[in-house]
Design a protein around this ligand. Sequence first.
Ligand SMILES: Nc1nc2c(c(=O)[nH]1)N[C@H]1C(S)=C(S)[C@@H](COP(=O)(O)O)O[C@H]1N2
Ligand SMILES: [Mo]
Length: 318
Amino acid sequence: MLIKRTRGWEIGENKATPEGIYLKRRELVAAMGLGALALGLPSVAAADTKDPSASLYPAKRNDRYGAPKPIAEERRVTTYNNFYEFGFDKSIWRDAQKLEVRPWTIKVSGMVEKPFEIAIDDLLARVPLEERVYRHRCVETWSMIVPWTGFPMRSLVEICKPTGGAKYVAMKTLSKPSVMHEERDLAYPWPYTEGLAIDEATNELAFIATGLYGKPMPKPNGAPIRLVTPWKYGFKSIKSIVSLEFTDKRPVSFWEALQASEYGFWANVNPQVPHPRWSQATEKPLGSDERIPTQLYNGYGEFVASLYTDRKAEKLYM
Ligand SMILES: Nc1nc2c(c(=O)[nH]1)N[C@H]1C(S)=C(S)[C@@H](COP(=O)(O)O)O[C@H]1N2
Ligand SMILES: [Mo]
């Protein structure tokens, strides 16, 4: 099914990342005494004042799931992204500014008491926000520690009122090829789709993020609403969600549809299960030159390992 092309994480991370070059350019500009304006970097402050939810941030920190360190530099996290709708390299942040995040509606359908739609700001009015600092581990082996703001996915599931038969929830990203120009490439199964089993979605660690670094979610990071499942590889954490569908059939994720032998449904982080084309034993934190060991469930086993005791027959770790 996959049309073999060397793009995105098909390339080894070192080759794929323009980060080194980009940061060198930044250092150069800084040395020349020029600021962000000279580089044409977006003014984060200006973007935030236009966001109707700006007053909800920052939210109170919840350290129940740990307070890992060091927190990655904000500038790196918002300019080094995987958001394939905007392009297959890491430097899509400029293009992503074209994403319009209001009005934004989330459609809830499938095995629920009553299908409905909810506007993002109506949803935000119903759920108290909190900040959680989570580790993030991309399947490509880079990692980061970031402060997300949002609410437990469990609260969203409760609002959706799934019926007893629902076993999974499928989520989709916005489809807007005029802005998300890679969506015009029909070799890929757009829109980006991800899914969780209901017990995963209602696990206390599963988080719906609407903010980052104490501010509304930046566009390159999946504004206005995205999933964060820190015990799974990053591709599960779907961005810019427009729909949730409750179902009794396991949804097929975007990457699973492209290459099931490399990207499974469960995708739990495990350093002992290599990707078919590279080891998962270590990872490189954003901004660091050194690799560190990767942990089972990305270090979150105490919260999530019990989800998988009865799923041993499944391909849980890729
Ligand atoms: N819609 C959508 N969601 C997505 C992706 C994507 O390409 N499109 N990339 C995933 C991958 S591979 C990772 S590692 C994270 C990256 O999130 P970040 O850019 O905020 O670090 O988003 C995930 N969610
Ligand atoms: Mo990723």
